[in-house]
Write a protein that binds this ligand. Structure first.
Ligand code: S3P
Length: 169
């Protein structure tokens, strides 16, 4: 079984994915970490020196490699991954896609302090506007997920993982 966690930057995919994989005793992959390892560079550096196109191509290759694995796996995906190539269709064909949906306000609150490592946001003069624009374009892809988990601002990662476990049971 493969579980793909989908969602906007700052929605908690990596932390929740790790916790979920521990609970289920599944393997855990984080596509951002794998891209960084593969190119031996951090994400801001990749965007700056190689460009977004190379990042997206590498992200796609990483995903394809994961899809061929046979073990039980939780995959935390980068916020843009479902919106490029046929990535969303592939994930839906190979496993359970779960959209971790937070309110725009919660995302903006969090990203205000966490955007230095996120090249699509770090240069924005108007974070709220940029997040709103991106979310509007991406929601179409995210909502192709098989399951949607709505998360309140005050919910702990533990609580979210419990919700996911009930959903996939
Ligand atoms: C991106 C999200 C990031 C990372 C890169 C691009 C995006 O991952 O893949 O900065 O396009 O939304 P997180 O969602 O883990 O922040």
């Amino acid at each position: 079984m493969k579980i793909f966690l989908i969602g906007f930057m700052g929605s908690g995919k990596s932390a929740i994915g790790k916790l979920l994989s521990d609970k289920l005793q599944f393997q855990f992959y984080d596509t951002d970490t794998l891209v960084e390892k593969h190119l031996n560079q951090d994400i801001p550096g990749i965007f700056q020196t190689k460009g977004e196109k190379v990042f997206r191509q590498t992200e796609q290759e990483i995903l394809q490699n994961i899809l061929t694995e046979t073990s039980n796996t939780v995959v935390s995906t980068g916020g843009g991954l479902p919106c490029f190539f046929e990535n969303m269709e592939w994930m839906n064909a190979h496993g359970i896609t779960i959209y971790l949906k937070r309110t725009t306000e919660t995302l903006i609150d969090f990203l205000q302090h966490q955007r230095q490592n996120r090249p699509l946001l770090s240069g924005s003069a108007d974070l709220k506007h940029t997040v709103n624009l991106l979310l509007e374009k991406r929601e179409i892809f995210y909502t192709k997920s098989k399951m949607i988990v709505e998360i309140d601002g005050d919910e702990s990662d533990e609580m979210v993982v419990k919700k996911i476990q009930i959903l996939i049971d």
